[in-house]
Design a protein around this ligand. Sequence first.
Ligand SMILES: Nc1ncnc2c1ncn2[C@@H]1O[C@H](COP(=O)(O)OP(=O)(O)OP(=O)(O)O)[C@@H](O)[C@H]1O
Ligand SMILES: [Mg+2]
Length: 329
Amino acid sequence: MNNDEKILEIKNLKVYFDTEEGTVKALENVNLFLKRSEILGVIGETGSGKSVTAYTITRLLPQPPGRILNGKVLFNGEDLLQKSEDEMLNIRGRQISMIFQEPMTALNPVFTVQEQMTDVISHHEKISKKQAIPKAIRALELVKIPDPELVMKKYPHELSGGMRQRVMIALALSCEPELLIADEPTTALDVTVQAQILALILEMRERLGLSVILITHNFGIVAEICDSVAVMYAGNIVEFSSIFNVFENPLHPYTDGLLKAIPPLDEDVENLNVIPGVVPNLISPPSGCRFHPRCYRKLDVCEKEIPELIELSPGHFVACHNPLGGGSK
Ligand SMILES: Nc1ncnc2c1ncn2[C@@H]1O[C@H](COP(=O)(O)OP(=O)(O)OP(=O)(O)O)[C@@H](O)[C@H]1O
Ligand SMILES: [Mg+2]
């Protein structure tokens, strides 16, 4: 594939956390890429490393306790891990925006929507806060907030959860980033609002050519709006391909288990007990393939050797010693 089609490429990323209990091996070897104007779903159970990946891309990872031991995060071909904090300040918001799991943590409770939005826009566009007001209103209109002038005067706690999430998306999109990283943007919302927010992300992709990384527990959401999907398990990408390949022809037993458990849109994968066992402790993870204690296709080699992520068929990557057949092997 032509390299400049890739807006983002993560190579061999390894991130550990130093804690009192020991070293948490949070990301062991993460590899993935995102093509321009595509929506990539990152899916996996709780603790698999989805948020740590997002925080590493945006360089918001707390260091310490976090430690980046290895890897590259190439954004438009440039390694973000080599950028200075000043350079990152410019990139965040202007080129890469992030929506966080819980909007209240990202919105400041003591400032109105107007103060927060004009603050961000004036900083990034180097205009006055007054000049930023119409731009803020336009951003709120874009995310279909009714009566944006009124909402501008509100404090975050005066808005509903769905409205707060829209404000956060408006804030994230107000500087027209190239890449949006949305970390579980709909988890806290009811199903109707969830569907509206997803429709909004799709629309932004159409209108702004936005590239999106959408982190979720929910394969139903991935099926609905993503072009490709990266399946994470205990700090590794175990499978990565187009939605079509992964749904029609899953190669990793973990992906297979998740697919057999596709829940309705309002439930989380982690609530289903289809895959036996629990996610491992990442201070002393299982040897070899970290999934082997839960795997129904386990071979002897799985306990001993770490499987590498390989391209088993064109564009279809899997890290498994005994992948499912599906005719592609
Ligand atoms: N600041 C930290 N200090 C120590 N360990 C951390 C820290 N942040 C994350 N971790 C660990 O890194 C691992 C990956 O966490 P991460 O938050 O990325 O999971 P996640 O896939 O986003 O899960 P969830 O679906 O629950 O949001 C977990 O074992 C977690 O405990
Ligand atoms: Mg998370």
